[in-house]
Design a protein around this ligand. Structure first.
Ligand code: HPA
Length: 397
């Protein structure tokens, strides 16, 4: 996977003050991907270090008359060409930099004043589309450690991943705050989380979940998410079995890009403060982390694993969809329909966790062919690809 990165984050002394801003998390990502370090300011011919600048209208100009804004533009064009030539899908850009920053940047005059908007290079990349842009803060917040393990919540047929874990400790689900006492796993399954490592990455694996259709509440089905958060997890990967919506997706593996909650319930209803939330009014614009989705896409492409992408619709079940419902979902732009995940994603988002959603579309929705056994069979067929995909993603984090 090809990634473009602000060179200062890898330790190049190319900032205006001659300093660098190395980030251990970005360096780790660089070691696991094909990184292309760029500095639009140096590429634009600006000296490092350089003297103070001042704003003149919409330009930033150095005391000796050098037009800093023009230099940024020149350098940004060259860097964007390089990114395009390498088929880059991810850009890790120095936060607040007037050339590289995304969303909020210094105004270029060394005053420390921040203005809304993108840096010149980020603006160019955004206009061209197709490149996910994140600051080093996003990479850092997704980096696992013993204090911040990655949580994996595995759905029907996908629980075998827990056998990969080098266990340190097990937690019976019934010892988890808010998990219902009377919940019992399907035969042959264990309601037991495993804390440990997969390929040296600290993880907490939940090999099964409970569902609204079993009669549990939205708050109960999200108890595992809050547990993961309390254990320190800041990245949570949900894997679920779904039905593919004909015309919008095929059976097989998928990356969830967004969701529609059709369950009629929401885990944030009620007294949210007792669940550790500042506010129940949660921004859901990036419920599924664009950064993690981009990593998952890159891993799938690099490993040659067929993975589609699409919107997930969560229904309460347990009855399957009628033909009219399948037509409705198709018209709504849905690719996958399932009976889990949406409430858990809302709960995770409310806690500020970075979410990745993976699915195994085991059948076509409404095809009348689906049963617990057929879902297990289809999951078994994709078990190897699913395992390689998840391990590949963990390796990048
Ligand atoms: N519909 C809803 N949930 C599902 C399906 C389906 O067709 N297949 C697996 N989970």
């Amino acid at each position: 996977m090809d990634v473009v990165v602000s060179a200062c984050l890898l330790g190049e002394s190319c900032r205006y003050d001659g300093a660098s801003r190395p980030s251990a998390a970005v360096r780790h990502l660089a070691n696991a991907t094909t990184m292309h370090p760029v500095c639009p300011e140096v590429r634009g011919g600006l000296p490092t270090p350089r003297t103070a600048s001042e704003r003149q209208g919409d330009r930033v100009v150095m005391r000796d008359g050098t037009d800093v804004t023009s230099a940024f533009e020149r350098g940004a064009r060259l860097c964007a060409e390089e990114a395009r030539a390498h088929g880059v899908t991810l850009a890790v850009l120095k936060a607040k930099s007037p050339s590289c920053g995304v969303g909020l940047i210094y105004d270029g005059t060394y005053s420390g004043r921040l203005v809304k908007g993108n840096g010149v290079f980020a603006e160019l990349l955004e206009r061209e589309g197709d490149v996910c842009m994140v600051s080093e803060e996003v990479v850092e917040s997704s980096r696992p450690s013993v204090e911040h393990p990655v949580a994996l919540v595995l759905g029907t047929g996908l629980g075998h991943l827990s056998s990969l874990v080098h266990p340190v400790r097990h937690v019976d689900y019934h010892d988890i705050d808010g998990f219902p006492e009377d919940a019992r796993p399907m035969e042959g399954h264990l309601f037991e989380a495993t804390i440990g490592t997969v390929d040296d990455v600290p993880v907490v694996v939940y090999p099964g979940r409970i569902h609204l259709y079993q009669g549990f509440s939205a708050v109960e089905v999200t108890s595992l998410v809050r547990h993961a958060y309390r254990l320190g997890c800041r990245v949570i990967i949900f894997a679920c079995a779904t039905g593919a919506i004909p015309g919008n997706a095929h059976t097989g593996l998928g990356i969830l890009t967004d969701q529609i909650n059709l369950t009629g319930v929401n885990p944030l209803v009620g007294d949210a403060s007792t669940r550790g939330l500042q506010t129940p009014f949660v921004d859901m614009r990036e419920a599924y982390s664009p950064y993690l989705r981009t990593l998952a896409r890159g891993v799938a492409d690099d490993l040659g694993i067929a993975v589609e992408e699409g919107v997930y619709a969560g229904v309460i079940g347990p009855s399957f969809e009628t033909p009219a419902e399948v037509r409705m979902l198709a018209g709504m732009g849905v690719s996958y329909v399932g009976m889990s995940t949406v409430c858990e994603v809302i709960a995770a988002q409310a806690l500020g966790m970075n979410v990745l959603g993976l699915t195994l579309a085991a059948n076509y929705a409404g095809d009348g062919q689906v049963s617990h056994e057929t879902v297990l069979e289809e999951a078994g067929r994709h078990a190897d690809s699913f395992e390689r995909l998840v391990r590949g993603i963990l390796r990048l984090l």
